[in-house]
Ligand binder design. Structure first.
Ligand code: CUA
Length: 156
Protein backbone atom coordinates (compact mmCIF):
# COMPACT_ATOMS: atom_id res chain seq x y z
CA UNK A 1 0.00 0.00 0.00
CA UNK A 2 2.79 2.42 0.97
CA UNK A 3 4.55 1.88 -2.37
CA UNK A 4 1.32 2.54 -4.21
CA UNK A 5 0.75 5.90 -2.41
CA UNK A 6 4.37 6.96 -3.08
CA UNK A 7 3.97 6.18 -6.76
CA UNK A 8 0.71 8.15 -7.02
CA UNK A 9 2.23 11.11 -5.18
CA UNK A 10 5.28 11.11 -7.47
CA UNK A 11 3.08 10.96 -10.56
CA UNK A 12 0.88 13.77 -9.27
CA UNK A 13 3.91 15.97 -8.55
CA UNK A 14 5.09 15.41 -12.12
CA UNK A 15 1.64 16.17 -13.53
CA UNK A 16 0.74 19.21 -11.41
CA UNK A 17 3.18 21.81 -12.82
CA UNK A 18 1.91 21.10 -16.32
CA UNK A 19 -1.68 21.45 -15.19
CA UNK A 20 -1.07 24.63 -13.15
CA UNK A 21 -2.05 28.09 -14.39
CA UNK A 22 0.34 30.27 -16.46
CA UNK A 23 0.60 32.63 -13.49
CA UNK A 24 1.72 29.81 -11.22
CA UNK A 25 4.31 28.83 -13.81
CA UNK A 26 5.64 32.41 -13.92
CA UNK A 27 5.78 32.44 -10.13
CA UNK A 28 7.70 29.17 -10.16
CA UNK A 29 10.18 30.50 -12.69
CA UNK A 30 10.66 33.70 -10.67
CA UNK A 31 11.35 31.62 -7.58
CA UNK A 32 14.04 29.78 -9.49
CA UNK A 33 15.71 33.06 -10.51
CA UNK A 34 18.74 34.18 -8.54
CA UNK A 35 19.08 37.63 -6.93
CA UNK A 36 21.15 39.02 -9.82
CA UNK A 37 18.63 37.89 -12.41
CA UNK A 38 15.79 39.25 -10.25
CA UNK A 39 17.50 42.63 -10.01
CA UNK A 40 18.15 42.70 -13.76
CA UNK A 41 14.49 41.86 -14.40
CA UNK A 42 13.39 44.63 -12.02
CA UNK A 43 15.61 47.12 -13.88
CA UNK A 44 14.15 46.08 -17.24
CA UNK A 45 10.56 46.31 -15.95
CA UNK A 46 11.33 49.69 -14.37
CA UNK A 47 12.83 50.97 -17.62
CA UNK A 48 9.85 49.72 -19.59
CA UNK A 49 7.28 51.29 -17.26
CA UNK A 50 8.98 54.35 -15.78
CA UNK A 51 10.70 55.42 -19.02
CA UNK A 52 7.58 55.91 -21.17
CA UNK A 53 5.63 57.26 -18.17
CA UNK A 54 8.30 59.91 -17.61
CA UNK A 55 8.38 60.91 -21.28
CA UNK A 56 4.57 61.03 -21.35
CA UNK A 57 4.42 63.07 -18.16
CA UNK A 58 7.14 65.44 -19.38
CA UNK A 59 5.18 65.97 -22.61
CA UNK A 60 2.12 66.92 -20.60
CA UNK A 61 4.15 69.18 -18.35
CA UNK A 62 5.63 70.89 -21.40
CA UNK A 63 2.17 71.28 -22.96
CA UNK A 64 0.98 73.12 -19.89
CA UNK A 65 3.63 75.71 -20.70
CA UNK A 66 2.51 76.18 -24.27
CA UNK A 67 -0.04 78.82 -25.17
CA UNK A 68 -2.23 77.34 -27.88
CA UNK A 69 -3.75 79.94 -30.18
CA UNK A 70 -6.28 79.33 -32.95
CA UNK A 71 -6.86 81.76 -35.78
CA UNK A 72 -10.11 81.83 -37.70
CA UNK A 73 -12.21 84.38 -39.56
CA UNK A 74 -12.06 86.78 -37.86
CA UNK A 75 -10.59 86.30 -34.46
CA UNK A 76 -7.82 84.78 -32.43
CA UNK A 77 -8.71 82.42 -29.65
CA UNK A 78 -7.79 83.25 -26.96
CA UNK A 79 -7.88 86.99 -27.42
CA UNK A 80 -5.65 87.53 -24.40
CA UNK A 81 -2.38 85.79 -23.55
CA UNK A 82 -0.33 86.12 -20.39
CA UNK A 83 3.40 85.95 -19.86
CA UNK A 84 6.06 87.00 -17.40
CA UNK A 85 8.76 89.46 -18.37
CA UNK A 86 12.01 87.71 -19.18
CA UNK A 87 10.41 84.26 -19.20
CA UNK A 88 10.11 82.58 -22.61
CA UNK A 89 6.55 81.82 -23.63
CA UNK A 90 6.04 79.07 -26.14
CA UNK A 91 3.15 79.70 -28.52
CA UNK A 92 1.61 77.11 -30.81
CA UNK A 93 -0.66 78.65 -33.39
CA UNK A 94 -2.77 77.27 -36.18
CA UNK A 95 -5.45 78.38 -38.60
CA UNK A 96 -8.82 76.75 -38.67
CA UNK A 97 -10.03 78.07 -42.01
CA UNK A 98 -8.06 80.28 -44.39
CA UNK A 99 -4.48 81.57 -44.46
CA UNK A 100 -3.95 84.07 -41.64
CA UNK A 101 -0.92 85.80 -40.18
CA UNK A 102 0.32 86.50 -36.67
CA UNK A 103 2.38 89.48 -35.65
CA UNK A 104 3.22 90.75 -32.18
CA UNK A 105 4.12 94.42 -32.05
CA UNK A 106 7.54 95.26 -30.62
CA UNK A 107 8.50 91.61 -30.05
CA UNK A 108 9.84 90.72 -33.45
CA UNK A 109 7.19 88.08 -34.17
CA UNK A 110 5.97 88.14 -37.74
CA UNK A 111 4.33 85.09 -39.29
CA UNK A 112 2.67 85.73 -42.61
CA UNK A 113 1.58 82.24 -43.58
CA UNK A 114 -0.59 80.42 -41.09
CA UNK A 115 -1.69 77.63 -43.38
CA UNK A 116 -4.82 75.71 -42.31
CA UNK A 117 -3.98 72.31 -40.82
CA UNK A 118 -0.36 73.21 -40.07
CA UNK A 119 0.59 74.52 -36.66
CA UNK A 120 3.60 76.74 -36.05
CA UNK A 121 5.46 76.79 -32.75
CA UNK A 122 7.77 79.53 -31.59
CA UNK A 123 9.03 81.13 -28.41
CA UNK A 124 8.72 84.76 -27.50
CA UNK A 125 10.29 86.57 -24.57
CA UNK A 126 9.03 90.01 -23.59
CA UNK A 127 11.89 91.96 -22.01
CA UNK A 128 9.68 94.12 -19.81
CA UNK A 129 6.15 94.22 -18.40
CA UNK A 130 3.39 95.81 -20.45
CA UNK A 131 0.72 95.07 -23.02
CA UNK A 132 1.84 93.90 -26.42
CA UNK A 133 -0.75 93.72 -29.17
CA UNK A 134 -0.92 90.93 -31.69
CA UNK A 135 -2.77 91.01 -34.99
CA UNK A 136 -3.36 89.16 -38.21
CA UNK A 137 -0.98 90.52 -40.79
CA UNK A 138 -2.16 88.55 -43.82
CA UNK A 139 -5.31 89.66 -45.56
CA UNK A 140 -7.92 87.01 -44.82
CA UNK A 141 -11.22 88.56 -45.83
CA UNK A 142 -13.71 91.23 -44.99
CA UNK A 143 -12.97 91.70 -41.30
CA UNK A 144 -9.24 91.01 -41.42
CA UNK A 145 -8.55 94.28 -39.60
CA UNK A 146 -10.62 93.06 -36.65
CA UNK A 147 -8.29 90.17 -35.90
CA UNK A 148 -6.19 91.17 -32.94
CA UNK A 149 -5.52 90.36 -29.32
CA UNK A 150 -3.17 91.27 -26.52
CA UNK A 151 -0.29 89.71 -24.67
CA UNK A 152 -0.22 90.93 -21.10
CA UNK A 153 3.24 90.73 -19.60
CA UNK A 154 3.67 91.06 -15.87
CA UNK A 155 6.78 91.59 -13.77
CA UNK A 156 8.51 88.42 -12.53
CU1 CUA B 1 -6.83 86.76 -40.40
CU2 CUA B 1 -6.19 88.55 -41.67
Amino acid sequence: MRIFIDTVQRRLRRLLPAASSPLARVRQRLRRLGTAEGAALAVVVLALVVGPATVFGYGHWMDRHVAVVHARQWEFSPKVLHATAGVPLKIRIDSQDVVHGFKIDNLNVKITELIPGKSIEFTVTAPKPGTYYYECNTYCGLRHAKMFGKLIVTAP
